[in-house]
Write a protein that binds this ligand. Structure first.
Ligand code: 5GP
Ligand code: MN
Length: 324
């Protein structure tokens, strides 16, 4: 049966099953779900005897510290090594441009498969499995593997569990459904070291990141009318604390933890002086706000790029106040 009513599901099972070589890529600045589904899919396809290359747009593509221990790291190649592939699997990309520099190679291949769970995904693949009710892309990969009759093992299950535990905020967010926990339980049954994963992924901050978190929290501003809390981080902060931008995903979680606000935002200065903005909400939809700025994401977790902080905050606050 076609799962989740995803029209191309069966076709994806067939095409992946028949492919000899698969190039797999996730989105720029990959998070736990992007990396867990990437490496889990790569290990599983290799188990079926296929050649795989796993990558994402970065120079170099290197696993961030919290994920560098992930099984399957040896299948990571550099994005330049990827040409027009016979079968190209894009994972966790809400839009084609989330592949960054790999988008052209992805589209040049014979068959581009798009597996994702972001609302607003524009079905950029030749085949699309976009299931917005899925907790994570890792969950979709797990279900596809089941239909492809790939037996799981500790390594594959570990990668997929990492995708699930990170995208659900340790099974706390609203995307955690009964089936999510049932699948996570099944993954754990393959001897997945859950406590070790929690430590590696959630308690692996460098000391510098602790200091940077302090700066960010100290700067936090509350826009009471909009029930919005925001803060920011500059390139100088990164230099001073010795923190790499790839380590800063947890900053938004510190900012969002106050009961004084429903929506949290963090602005992260990029090398070009613009800001990557992360939005998190306890209720009001922020996905549409991010999309209106050319970004995207889920209802309660989204992101975009902005030119400056003050005018963006004003506009986001206005959108929140008007409920649009
Ligand atoms: P984060 O704030 O962690 O970078 O992103 C939150 C969510 O929004 C993630 O699901 C991420 O994939 C999505 N997202 C963040 N930035 C963008 C963007 O510029 N475009 C799109 N389409 N999605 C984004
Ligand atoms: Mn995801």
């Amino acid at each position: 049966m076609t799962r989740y009513g995803a029209a191309d599901w069966d076709r994806v099972v067939e095409v992946l099953g028949a492919a000899d070589e698969v190039t797999i890529a996730s989105h720029v600045k990959p998070d736990g779900d992007a990396l867990g589904s990437l490496l889990g899919a790569s290990l599983a396809l290799r188990k079926l005897g296929k050649k795989t290359r796993a990558t994402w747009d970065a120079s170099p593509a290197a696993l961030p510290v919290p994920f560098e221990w992930l099984p399957g790291a040896t299948s990571v190649v550099q994005p330049e090594e990827v040409g027009g592939a016979e079968t190209f699997l894009a994972l966790d990309c809400g839009a084609g441009d989330r592949l960054g520099s790999l988008e052209d190679a992805a589209r040049a291949g014979e068959c581009l498969i798009n597996i994702d769970h972001h609302p607003g995904n524009d079905d950029f693949g030749d085949l699309n499995v976009v299931v917005t009710t899925a907790s994570s892309t890792a969950e979709l990969v797990a279900r596809l593997l089941e239909d492809m009759n790939v037996p799981l093992d500790t390594e594959i299950a570990t990668c997929l569990y990492v995708g699930m535990v990170t995208d659900t905020g340790r099974f706390q967010y609203s995307n955690t459904r009964p089936d999510t926990l049932r699948l996570a339980a099944e993954l754990l049954s393959y001897d997945v070291p859950a406590p070790l994963i929690a430590q590696k992924v959630f308690e692996s901050s460098s000391f510098g990141l602790l200091k940077l978190t302090g700066r960010v929290l100290d700067r936090a501003v509350l826009v009471k009318d909009a029930r919005l809390v925001y803060s920011w981080m500059t390139r100088a902060d990164l230099d001073d604390t010795g923190v790499n931008i790839t380590e800063t995903d947890s900053l938004i979680d510190a900012v969002r933890s106050t009961r004084a606000a429903d929506v949290a935002a963090i602005f992260k200065e990029q090398p070009d002086g613009r800001f990557r903005v992360s939005l998190r909400s306890k209720g009001p939809g922020v996905g549409a706000i991010a999309r209106s700025w050319g970004g995207g994401g889920h209802d309660l977790a989204a992101g975009f790029t902005a030119d400056d902080i003050d005018s963006t905050v004003e506009s986001v606050a206005r959108a929140l106040a008007s409920g649009e």
